[in-house]
Design a protein around this ligand. Structure first.
Ligand code: ADP
Ligand code: MG
Length: 238
């Protein structure tokens, strides 16, 4: 299970309305990509879904339940950030284990999950290393592994490939696609890269200045963009 419903979500920072009424449904197992220019509200929307930010109004429902008062750790969500956000003083293994330890998961179960996730992400050789001893691509795989071991209903990725060089971006993108096929989990993925959006998404949500311009499959957006903004975004590589 991992469906999501967003109902008329608005978010203001002071006088500035950053999300201006977002409505969206994501079904269980779907891979949804949020695209749009820098500053349009993609990260804010992810943070509202994760509970890291309160919306000003509107509702977020996960599997049909309103999560407005559910703390982030209880939402069944794991988030992967552009900057990896690993603990530098902990080994790869302990970075992956920490959240589970804090949640009171039994040690044997933690070991089992780390084994499965590190096999999936080819992290076995690095389990005893610290983040500083890893490449950018390896660090991002650790951050993804840390999300996987939590067995979330919903994965949120915020521009996870932005800090990687071109070759690694392709590899890591393929790994994320493979992970989605294996885990059959719901994934929401933010990017400003059209290639990532077109290749990963079941459904693309095009955001602009705090509003949704269009929602559709990659082919729908490509063949029938709702307006010039969407056409420009899908048409012109940047
Ligand atoms: P995106 O991820 O699409 O680049 P963001 O969601 O990060 O956009 O930001 C949307 C807008 O909200 C930007 O104008 C940004 O400056 C503003 N913003 C984001 N977070 C805050 C905050 N904590 N306080 C004030 N303004 C913010
Ligand atoms: Mg952002």
């Amino acid at each position: 299970m991992g469906s999501l419903k967003i109902e008329n979500v608005k978010k203001a920072f002071g006088q500035v309305e950053v999300l201006k009424g977002i409505d969206l449904e994501v079904t269980d197992g779907e891979f949804v990509v949020f695209v749009g220019p820098s500053g349009c509200g993609k990260s804010t929307l992810l943070r509202v879904i994760a509970g890291l930010e309160d919306s000003t109004s509107g509702r977020v429902l996960i599997d049909g339940a309103d999560v407005s008062i559910t703390p982030p750790a209880k939402r069944g969500i794991a988030m992967v950030f552009q900057t990896y956000a690993l603990y530098p003083h902990l080994t790869v293994k302990n970075n992956m284990a920490l959240g589970l330890k804090q949640a009171g998961t039994p040690t044997a179960e933690i070991e089992r999950r780390i084994k499965v996730a590190s096999a999936m992400l080819s992290l076995e050789p690095y389990l005893q290393r610290r983040p500083a001893e890893l490449s950018g691509g390896q660090r991002q795989r650790v951050a993804i592994g840390r999300a996987v071991v939590r067995e979330p209903k919903l994965f949120l990725f915020d521009e996870p490939l932005s800090n990687l060089d071109a070759a690694l971006r392709v590899n890591t993108r393929l790994e994320i696609a493979q992970l989605h096929r294996r885990l059959k989990a719901t994934m929401i993925y933010v990017t400003h890269d059209q290639v990532e959006a077109m290749t990963l998404a079941d459904k693309i949500v095009v955001l602009n200045a705090g509003r949704i311009e269009q929602i559709g499959s990659p082919m729908e957006l490509y063949n029938s963009p709702a307006n010039e903004f969407v056409a420009g975004f899908i048409g012109s590589p940047k």
